[in-house]
Design a binder for this molecule. Structure first.
Ligand SMILES: *[C@@H]1O[C@H](CO)[C@@H](O)[C@H](O)[C@H]1NC(C)=O
Ligand SMILES: *[C@@H]1O[C@H](CO)[C@@H](O)[C@H](O)[C@H]1NC(C)=O
Ligand SMILES: *[C@@H]1O[C@H](CO)[C@@H](O)[C@H](O)[C@H]1NC(C)=O
Ligand SMILES: *[C@@H]1O[C@H](CO)[C@@H](O)[C@H](O)[C@H]1NC(C)=O
Ligand SMILES: *[C@@H]1O[C@H](CO)[C@@H](O)[C@H](O)[C@H]1NC(C)=O
Ligand SMILES: *[C@@H]1O[C@H](CO)[C@@H](O)[C@H](O)[C@H]1NC(C)=O
Ligand SMILES: *[C@@H]1O[C@H](CO)[C@@H](O)[C@H](O)[C@H]1NC(C)=O
Ligand SMILES: *[C@@H]1O[C@H](CO)[C@@H](O)[C@H](O)[C@H]1NC(C)=O
Ligand SMILES: *[C@@H]1O[C@H](CO)[C@@H](O)[C@H](O)[C@H]1NC(C)=O
Ligand SMILES: *[C@@H]1O[C@H](CO)[C@@H](O)[C@H](O)[C@H]1NC(C)=O
Length: 597
């Protein structure tokens, strides 16, 4: 066993040296391209030679596809090489708004992100790169919706929240001159066992002669408004309610706040949702207790400002909430009491662009909490992209303040940015294959919590220009059995072969390639030849003394084994041992050993 690593090492050296020497590292030849289109998809360095007499005697069509440098070396004039390159173009590139504090602007006219729209023409393997610039606008409007748990234990909190409207207005004026505030409250699903459903308890769920209001799931009390006094008045009229179990139905409420934008009046500005509670939360699956199994549908069901489907749909799942909050650019601040910090910290980690603050038991610190959370939320910028089309990858590199660079996960993020700071992201998009025809694709990238985004329209380069200029039924292609294009034949249906000389009646096309595959290998003619009418025609080497042989071109007379009896410089007495080890590892056929040695 101790020898094993040594042999593995030798084997690897051999593999590296041999493949380099043998293949010249070219992915283009390996692709076995039958047409110019296939060739340019094989890699960014592949070109297709259209020169008619380019191929040497016996060379397969796929030899037209090679490394650009190799094609030139082999005598293909530059003009005859098909090598379309990718491109990019900015369609919409409005400069970032710079405005002074106090200067009023329609939020729809403020631009914080640039550019806004691009077109990428992508060639497989060739990335297109652009720089996205972001600068937080000064004095950007804020909408804040205060969602409060009104179960009985929040009684003292309600007292303090009653004056929140005007106080918060005063504080927020230091941050923005355009601030709006709204209010909603929640308790629990109105079914057993979450609440008591005896007629008396339905009217007043509280004991001890306390005056409580009927339990409800979610109530929108005040649409987003500039009027802080109205907030105080309306919240002052709110009454506490009661329920039986401890976790509350807050998720039902968050979902409605997120998706009922029209009713609640969210503008396309910074959207903050403050969720204040002194208890845990129910989520998807918990509805079963009350016999509710229908998954939350993520739609707005507000009638008369009440959520009317709490008894019908289960609580939303966390993932569902994340999706809806992000879709609606809502940033969440969990203002929760000390006891529940750990739970909500966990939740915060699952919800991007959310923050947790510790609410004092009577909510007296809520304003400072909101300001701190807002500052922490807005000092971090995280980019998120829509689902990528199949075969497309994206990478980010961030240039944050003071030239701090990040890649990987960090490449999507800049922290500790303040108003007026400009950050830049270098974003690369690479296609690795062509999509099915006719598919229009695009990617959208947006900073989480903002309503601005960049759209990248993707177009794929999958064919060569010369493919439009072919001669159908050309005599070059076996008496008119194919189209002569890009210097080679594209066979008509039913025909096959380099010059369309085979008929699929004679050789079934699917079987034809199978004839050229050794055992279970996926390589046609061991990658050393072309399959012509079901038979391997081996590639020729520049050195006429070096030849491939065997039914599948699987043998040769110039590979490692034979280099003056040395394996890539290893010593002779190791050869036999090496071969044994290697054969074990790679299921090498012994047929070669006998012919090549
Ligand atoms: C916003 O831009 C539009 C068109 O550019 C313009 O007509 C409108 O007056 C602008 N609104 C404000 C408030 O500046
Ligand atoms: C993007 O910005 C960085 C830093 O400013 C710069 O080094 C890089 O060349 C830019 N990339 C592009 C594609 O403009
Ligand atoms: C409950 O309401 C009634 C009538 O509105 C009032 O007389 C009573 O004092 C209230 N009780 C408490 C504890 O607030
Ligand atoms: C909020 O606005 C919507 C429509 O704009 C309205 O139907 C609803 O009654 C309003 N809610 C409150 C609490 O004022
Ligand atoms: C916000 O922007 C979205 C699209 O970006 C648009 O559909 C929606 O109508 C806008 N809402 C408001 C209130 O302007
Ligand atoms: C809130 O509670 C703290 C102690 O926890 C107390 O010092 C403060 O006065 C209370 N504030 C109000 C407005 O009741
Ligand atoms: C954030 O930036 C400020 C300067 O703008 C700097 O003083 C502070 O140390 C930075 N904080 C972190 C955590 O990097
Ligand atoms: C295709 O090739 C065959 C000979 O193999 C020839 O007889 C036939 O005419 C050709 N077909 C066409 C459409 O030219
Ligand atoms: C080829 O695959 C078949 C089924 O997967 C297997 O039974 C057979 O042993 C394989 N042959 C070789 C030579 O690996
Ligand atoms: C060749 O390898 C054998 C054992 O593998 C070793 O004994 C011998 O010294 C080596 N010869 C040279 C020239 O390195």
């Amino acid at each position: 066993m101790a020898r094993y690593p040594v042999f593995t090492f030798v084997f690897l050296i051999c593999l590296v040296l041999c493949t380099n020497a043998q293949q010249g590292g070219t992915e283009c030849l390996k692709a076995n391209a039958k047409s110019c289109g296939e060739c340019i998809q094989a890699g960014p360095n592949c070109g297709w030679c259209t020169k008619v007499d380019f191929l040497q005697e016996g060379e397969p069509t796929s030899a037209r596809c090679d490394d650009l440098a190799a094609l030139k070396t082999k005598g293909c004039p530059e003009d005859d090489i098909q090598n379309p390159r990718g491109r990019k173009q900015k369609l919409k590139d409005i400069p970032i708004t710079s405005k002074g504090k106090g200067e009023r602007m329609d939020p729809a006219n403020i631009t914080q992100l640039r550019p806004q729209q691009l077109v990428f023409e992508l060639r497989s393997g060739e990335p297109q790169t652009f720089n996205l610039t972001f600068r937080r606008a000064e004095d950007y409007p804020i909408d804040l919706y205060y969602l409060m748990d009104l179960s009985f234990s929040m009684k003292d909190d309600l007292e303090n929240v009653k004056s929140l409207g005007t106080a918060l207005m005063t504080e927020m004026e230091k941050i923005t001159s355009d601030f709006r505030i709204g209010f909603g409250s929640f308790v629990e699903k109105t079914v057993m066992p979450y609440i008591s459903t005896t007629p008396a308890k339905l009217l007043n769920p509280c004991t001890n002669d306390q005056n409580c209001t009927s339990p409800f799931s979610y109530k929108n009390v005040l649409n987003l408004t500039k009027d802080g006094k109205l907030f105080n008045d309306l919240v002052g009229k709110q009454q506490i309610s009661g329920n039986l179990d401890s976790p509350e139905g807050g998720f039902d409420a968050i979902m409605q706040v997120a998706v009922c934008g029209e009713q609640i009046g969210w503008r396309n500005v910074t959207r903050l949702l403050v969720f204040s509670t002194d208890a845990g939360f129910h989520f998807a699956g918990d509805g079963k207790l009350g016999g509710i199994v229908l998954p939350n549908d993520g739609r707005c069901h507000l009638h008369g400002n009440m959520y009317t489907m709490s008894h019908y749909y289960d609580y939303p799942s966390i993932a569902h909430l994340v999706q809806k909050l992000s879709e609606n650019n809502i940033q969440t601040i969990f203002a929760v009491t000390e006891d529940f910090q750990p739970v909500y910290q966990e939740l915060k980690n699952l919800i991007p662009k959310s923050a947790v603050g510790t609410l004092s038991s009577n909510s007296s610190n809520v304003i400072q909490l909101i300001i701190d959370s807002y500052n922490s939320l807005s000092s971090e910028l995280i980019l998120e992209n829509s689902k990528l089309p199949e075969g497309v990858t994206i990478s980010y590199r961030s240039f944050c303040k003071n030239g701090v660079k990040g890649t990987g996960e960090d490449g999507r993020k800049c922290s500790n940015i303040s108003i007026g700071d400009q950050v830049e992201f270098e974003i690369s998009v690479t296609a690795h294959k062509c999509p099915k025809k006719g598919q229009a694709e695009s990617i959208k990238i947006k900073p989480l919590g903002f309503n601005e985004e960049v759209e990248i329209v993707l177009q794929f380069i999958c064919e060569c220009d010369c493919q439009d200029k072919g001669t159908p039924n050309s005599p070059e292609c076996h008496f008119g059995n194919g189209t002569f294009e890009c210097g080679a034949c594209r066979c008509n249906e039913g025909r096959i072969g380099k010059e369309c000389e085979c008929s699929t009646d004679e050789v079934n096309s699917e079987d034809m390639d199978a004839y050229c595959r050794r055992e279970n290998s996926s390589e046609i003619c061991s990658n050393n030849g072309d399959c012509i009418c079901g038979q391997c025609v081996c590639k020729k080497r520049d050195n006429p003394n070096e030849v491939y042989s065997g039914k599948y071109c699987e043998c040769d007379n110039f590979n490692c084994d034979r280099s003056n009896g040395l394996i890539c410089g290893e010593n002779v007495s190791s050869v036999e041992l090496f071969r044994k080890e290697r054969n074990k590892m790679s299921a090498w056929s012994s047929a070669c050993t006998s012919t090549s040695l």
